[in-house]
Design a protein around this ligand. Structure first.
Ligand code: SF4
Length: 453
């Protein structure tokens, strides 16, 4: 069968200028389908024009779409459009939002919703479709029913990660040079684990695996890394360093294999503080950048998020990693209950940490999270496109325009321009210019964000 896998366009195209990761989940799906003899193409709508053209050229029997919450309306429209082109087309949707809220896709244009891990599910769907069999025997599916509730089949247990195929990166060959994360380009992504051992209440990742931390063997990760051509590699785990012994062994194995690349991964502040020697080892084998979710400026607020770290750990982690010469990319949550004093305290905290790269997200109760269960009734909108961590979907204590104006100030006041320019100098004048242009576009966008909420 011909299977077209689609990564949707971003709900907020401005974010495509900050990072654009390869559609790794689709490369996994494609690898599984190709093993079974199907023809597969990946359409990356962030980089390609007309889906109609791709449809007419490839003539798929099955289309698979993936979606985060912010993509819900976009993929529903794409599905409808594709069904109009060909009413016999089998349209399947999977990914994060399908897993946490399958009923949101119980609409015309979509036939099947994959709940949970999709590689085996899609292989079975293609096999059943070819044989003309009923999909209700496939585990982990939502069967879309016009005018009735979605019919969920028996849940599918997660496939052990080592049993999954190696993602087929040849499916994105024509786009690979465009995948990046700020200064890291070209950038490949690799997944070595799934889930997290922590329990942050705003996080939609750990609930997906029922709180389990699934991990790949060191040998399989090294084998995959050997096949990656890009010089930069992003570990797109939900949280890479949960199992420090495994990561220690992985560093040794990467070193032993003679792999020389630049790595970017997620780590928690408490892991850095409790296992500093792990980061020395990773620095030696190419770790260049660490993303840390700092989230807030006080122990009390960190406790409310169930973050499980302290301000003292934040300080020590930043100092430690920056002394090692690593780039620390820190992210903070801007709570919608912020008063102007809270914005000032956050600014002061970031200055005190002497961070060089920060990002801010509006605290958002994403479907599937504890926070969503606690605060669902307070939501001011159900529009999924606004669940992008930029728009405030809970009521703000400050007037909305002031909230965004102070959020904009966070970018300029917590990192003085001279400091930003100094820290970017290592990447050359072009990168400095690009970052400043991006900051300016983002400022213009934030100034108007209150009008969309
Ligand atoms: S540490 Fe990160 S991945 Fe783990 S629960 Fe918290 S936010 Fe989620």
């Amino acid at each position: 069968m011909n299977v077209l896998l689609i990564h949707p366009p971003s709900a907020n195209p401005l974010l495509d200028k900050v990072y654009m990761h390869e559609p790794l989940a689709l490369e996994y799906l494609g690898a599984g389908l190709k093993e079974d003899g199907h023809e597969v193409e990946i359409f990356d709508a962030r980089l390609e024009g007309s889906i109609e053209k791709a449809y007419h050229r490839f003539r798929p029997d099955i289309v698979g779409l993936t979606a985060f919450t912010s993509h819900v309306r976009i993929v529903k429209a794409m599905a409808e459009n594709l069904k109009r082109l060909d009413p016999d087309l089998l349209v399947v949707i999977g990914g994060h939002h399908a897993t946490v809220s399958p009923e949101d896709f119980n609409v015309h244009g979509i036939d099947l919703v994959v709940v949970g891990e999709g590689v085996q599910a899609l292989r079975e769907i293609a096999r059943f479709a070819e044989a003309g069999e009923n999909f209700s025997a496939i585990r982990g599916l939502g069967l879309v029913r016009a005018g009735a509730e979605i019919l969920l089949t028996e849940a599918r247990p997660y496939t052990p990660l080592d049993a999954l195929p190696v993602p087929d990166r040849s499916l994105t060959r024509r786009h690979r040079k465009h995948y990046f994360s700020e200064w890291l380009q070209p950038l490949a992504s690799i997944r070595t684990s799934l889930g997290c051992t922590s329990r942050c209440n705003f996080c939609a990742l750990w609930p997906i695996t029922g709180g389990k931390y699934l991990r790949r063997s060191v040998a399989s990760v090294v084998d995959e890394l050997k096949g990656i051509e890009e010089p930069n590699v992003f570990f797109c785990d939900d949280e890479s360093m949960c199992d420090v012994r495994r990561m220690d062994a992985l560093a040794d194995a990467i070193d032993g294999a003679g792999l020389r690349k630049r790595y970017f991964l997620y780590a928690r502040a408490d892991t850095v503080v409790s296992c500093p020697e792990l980061f020395i080892k990773w620095r030696k084998i190419g770790l260049a950048q660490v993303f840390i979710g700092m989230e807030s400026f006080s122990d009390e607020r960190l406790g409310r998020l169930n973050k499980g770290i302290s301000i003292a750990q934040q300080r020590n982690a930043v100092r430690y990693l920056q002394d090692l010469g690593l780039i620390v990319y820190a992210n903070f949550m801007v709570d919608t209950d912020f008063e102007k004093e809270d914005f000032a305290r956050l600014t002061a905290h970031i200055r005190e940490l002497e961070l060089q790269h920060v990002g801010f997200s509006v605290l958002t109760p994403l479907p599937g999270t504890e926070l969503y269960r606690q605060r669902r009734r307070e939501l001011v909108t159900e529009n999924p496109e606004l669940f992008d961590m930029v728009h405030a979907v809970l009521p703000t204590r400050l007037p909305l325009s002031e909230f965004y104006s102070r959020m904009l100030d966070l970018y300029t006041k917590s990192l003085p321009l001279s400091q930003t320019v100094r820290s970017l100098a290592r990447f050359g004048p072009l990168r400095i210019w690009k970052q400043l242009a991006l900051l300016s576009s983002f400022s213009r966008y934030l100034k108007k964000a209150h009008l969309e909420t």
